[in-house]
Design a protein around this ligand. Structure first.
Ligand SMILES: [Zn+2]
Length: 445
């Protein structure tokens, strides 16, 4: 099958008249620039030969690097006051209470609905940071990784690639307090955790639409010696596997880490763990310039979740420092799923910088607009963060892309189509998603 793209985003620039060849398994086998847009008899010939013409701008589909699927069942259900000063911490208590209703059937139905919506929104992969391990009555599921299997089944049934990240969660804080209340469903010993990961690897290790990485929930939930042992063990099992961790999301977490260790969370993480390009640091909201530089030097990706971070009142990531001065790598994630929309994530990311600095057009360069700069960054960084092929339209990657077009105004240049998709809502555009070379039908189609 051939796809003729009027414009395609390739290696950070727009190329016109690009032909993508896709095999029957849904992989790109060749990318070729044609001398002109077929529009004569040649086009008719090609149209008869399994060829699709794509007007507008073609962009690689994105990875959603950070998801807690069950929170989709809870999104929008905590927008009222529960304390004199509501915060991430009071939201967390509500989230824990929601977990009391969560059994495997509910997990499956919530996750499948979420993943179908992600596909339609233009995501090709999800990183599922999965920390609910035991039943509501705290008994162990058999197999122990049952809920992870449920999540993988939901993704496969929805047609979305998944990087399952079984998550180690062992304590209630830096002071070693035990897990309490809703947190108790998250706890696993190191050997139980290894059993969960080994089972997932044996079931899904060879499947092209599934990856298995690991996550440490956070520095407050995992002691450094235990976290290091698990990371070393995992790297022996899967030398190129990815490792995710929540870090420096909340100012309280920074203060607690400083009090317990004398170091800030990112500083502590980089000192005590072998952080490299296989790592993804989720949030990293509160950074010093030195921490920002050290993350960039490590090659790790920062997994930003802009709409969730705004919803939870986390703070504003110093994106200008990290992306333009260092420069570092980023992906985007839906996290609590108050948005299932990559455009909304990128808009929030840029807009937050504008609100803080009272300037405009911050995350861009002299060559690339905000949309171009941010989209290129999260396409590349997202694929790296999940250890998956993609993020670029090149031979050897999945045929996953998003087409933006404006049938009423075909003269609009491709970069402006992308900027409109991000900064106008609703954008006066047509959006189509192809995954594995197949058109993803909109709801009701
Ligand atoms: Zn999270």
């Amino acid at each position: 099958m051939k796809f003729l793209c009027r414009w395609a985003r390739i290696s950070g620039s727009w190329q016109t008249n690009v032909e993508l060849t896709v095999d029957s398994a849904g992989w790109i086998t060749a990318v070729q620039q044609l001398p002109s847009w077929p529009g004569s008899r040649e086009a008719e010939f090609r149209a008869g030969a399994d060829c699709v013409e794509l007007e507008g701008a073609v962009l690689p589909a994105l990875a959603n690097v950070h998801s807690h699927a069950f929170q989709w069942g809870f999104a929008g259900a905590s927008e009222f006051r529960t304390a004199e000063r509501d915060s991430f911490w009071t939201w967390r208590e509500q989230m824990f209470a929601f977990l009391e209703q969560l059994d495997p059937e509910r997990m499956y139905s919530v996750a499948r609905d979420l993943y179908q919506r992600m596909r339609r929104a233009g995501y090709a992969w999800v990183g599922e940071f999965h920390y609910v391990h035991t039943a509501p009555d705290l008994s162990a599921y058999r197999p122990r990784g049952l809920l992870g299997e449920v999540l993988v089944s939901a993704a496969r049934d929805a047609g979305l690639g998944i990087c399952l990240l079984p998550t180690l969660y062992q304590r209630g804080g830096f002071d070693e307090r035990p897990l309490a209340g809703g947190q108790r469903r998250f706890g696993l010993s190191e050997s139980e955790f290894q059993e969960v990961v080994e089972t997932a690897l044996s079931r899904w290790g060879d499947h092209s639409g599934v990856r298995v990485g690991i996550a440490l929930h956070s520095l407050r939930a995992v002691a450094a010696p235990s976290g290091r042992r698990v990371v070393e063990w995992f790297r022996r099992q899967v030398p190129h596997g990815v490792i995710h961790i929540h870090v420096a999301e909340q100012e309280q977490e920074v203060a607690d880490c400083l009090a317990a260790t004398g170091r800030r969370p990112v500083e502590f993480l980089l000192d005590e763990f072998p952080v490299d390009r296989q790592w993804c640091l989720i949030h990293a909201t509160h950074l010093t310039a030195d921490e920002s530089r050290r993350i960039a030097d490590s090659g790790a990706v920062v997994g930003l979740c802009p709409t969730t971070e705004a919803n939870l009142g986390d703070g504003i990531f110093s994106a200008e420092e990290f992306l333009l001065r260092q420069p570092g790598r980023i992906g985007i994630g839906g996290d609590s799923h108050v948005a299932i929309n990559p455009w909304a994530e990128l808009r929030q990311l840029e807009t937050s910088q504008r609100l803080r600095t009272r300037r405009r057009a911050i995350l861009c360069t002299s060559e690339d607009s905000c949309g171009e700069f941010l989209y290129d960054a999260v396409a590349r960084g997202g694929a790296q963060a999940l250890g998956v092929p993609g993020g670029e339209l090149v031979a050897g990657t999945r045929a996953d892309w998003v087409v933006l077009s404006s049938p009423d105004a075909p003269e609009i240049p491709p970069g402006q189509l992308l900027d409109r998709a991000i900064f106008c809502d609703p954008a006066p555009l047509q959006q189509r998603v192809y995954l594995g070379g197949q058109l993803v039908e909109p709801p009701g189609a």
